[in-house]
Design a protein around this ligand. Structure first.
Ligand code: FAD
Ligand code: UDP
Length: 373
């Protein structure tokens, strides 16, 4: 069989590798001048620091199969994401944990005391939180919500937390101990030389032909048996049901000597600070010695035509539009819509890899049984 894969991010690269290993021909089309999609990392020419061009990426997962899978392609270094936030003139630890609570309220509470104290502040009337604000009010109460979430979320999403779904905040834990690991997952680490070499290795197979700087067009479809499309689903249909809403990010670089902020990620919770966070990339590779440093101030705004789509917004309007596109996608012959953009979901890397592995298994099974993919 001959497969076309649109997009050389993790989704496209894992699919390409699995199908090529099974003996099929795979042609990969990538519109950008490089592979790895939004996980792309590169060595900075000036400083040698490993930079994550499209924003900081930390690998974390509970999925053992995915963890073993990615470890075949690179060495992972131990890394625990510990995020700080600046709010109302002070620096606090995130996600909200016992240190954050004690420091914010000027107390020395034990885990149980803190749990009871936060319960007394939280809004017990809310049964099933629907919105971001309700979720915050139910689990941490007004003070912590306003100090850490309200302003940041307004900047990040350009909407009031009253309009946003509770699911956005459910990504973050609240802890009544001093554990400040940003993630709850069993496995966490940083690829020693960044994400790009992993994707390069995935695509390095005699059955794979890679075209960079090449947008996929309908002419390319004629010559293949099946297409896996990982670009934006609305773009495939020429936006004929409207444009799905995304947030895009602007990263503004600054170079400094020494250590700028002493940690990899510092969030800025106050609405009056225009950026959401500052990432200092050398701290993502703490095993490397670097005298100089590079930071990126991250600004979030509405994604316009020509911008890179980062975060799917998925509000009511978008969900209706998405359903229209899903209906169209189901009718499209010999095309599968995959990945973060192809399914319009906010997916972490491990989930995109798991889904690509699953899709390749199903595809190979269909091919073996002579059934449609
Ligand atoms: P992408 O990486 O977006 O790849 C799609 C590719 O398709 C792109 O290279 C694009 O150029 C190409 N393409 C699109 N249209 C066409 C076309 N018509 N023709 C040819 N090529 C096309 N995940 C984590 O696990 N940990 C993190 O810490 C983390 N941090 C993140 C931080 C930010 C700021 C963002 C935005 C995401 C983060 N993620 C993180 C999520 C991670 O980026 C995604 O899970 C991953 O990139 C999804 O891979 P993908 O292949 O589905 O999509
Ligand atoms: N959030 C916040 N303050 C913070 C960090 C996160 O209000 O300091 C909110 C924000 O709305 C964000 C959500 O919690 O979109 C989920 O946070 P996460 O760190 O998972 O965001 P992402 O990795 O998607 O940027």
């Amino acid at each position: 069989m001959h497969f076309a894969i649109v997009g050389a991010g993790f989704t496209g690269a894992v699919l390409a590798n699995e199908l090529a290993k099974a003996g099929h021909n795979v042609t990969v089309y990538e519109i950008r001048p490089h592979v790895a999609g939004n996980c792309y990392s590169e060595r900075d020419e000036k400083t040698g620091i490993l930079l994550h061009k499209y924003g900081p990426h930390i690998f974390h997962t509970d999925n053992e199969e995915v963890w073993n899978y990615v470890n075949q392609f690179t060495d992972f270094m131990p890394y625990v994401n510990r995020v700080k936030t600046t709010s109302q003139g002070n620096v606090y630890s995130l996600p909200i944990n016992l240190l954050t609570i004690n420091q914010y309220f000027g107390k020395t509470l034990s885990p149980k005391e803190a749990n009871d104290f936060i319960k007394s502040l939280a809004d017990g009337e809310i049964d099933e939180p629907q919105t971001f604000e309700e979720q915050a009010m139910k689990f941490v109460g007004k003070d912590l919500y306003e100090a850490f979430f309200k302003g940041y979320t307004l900047k990040q999403w350009g909407r009031s937390p009253k309009e946003l779904p509770a699911s956005i905040l459910k990504r973050l834990p609240v802890r009544f101990n001093y554990d400040d690991n940003y993630f709850n997952h069993k496995y966490q680490g940083m690829p020693k030389n960044g994400y790009t070499p992993i994707v390069e290795r995935l695509l390095d197979h005699a059955n794979i032909t890679l075209h960079l700087n090449t947008p996929f067009s309908s002419e390319n479809k004629v010559s293949v048996d099946h297409v896996f499309y990982t670009g934006p689903i609305d773009a495939w249909f020429n936006y004929n049901a409207g444009r799905l809403g995304y947030r895009t990010l602007d990263f503004v670089r600054e170079d400094h000597e020494g250590d700028y902020q002493g940690c990899a990620v510092m969030n800025y919770a106050d609405e009056k600070v225009p950026y959401t966070r500052i990432s200092e990339h050398k701290h993502f590779s703490p095993w490397e010695e670097q005298e100089r440093t590079v930071i990126f101030k991250e600004y979030s705004r509405k994604c316009e035509e020509g911008d890179i789509p980062y975060y799917p917004i998925r509000l009511v309007n978008e969900k209706t539009m998405l359903n229209a596109y899903i209906g169209k996608a189901k009718k499209e012959k010999n095309v599968s819509f995959m990945g973060r953009l192809g399914t319009y979901r906010y997916l972490d890397m491990d989930v995109t890899i798991a889904e690509a592995l699953d899709a390749s298994r199903k595809t190979l099974d269909c091919v073996n049984k002579n059934k449609p993919i």
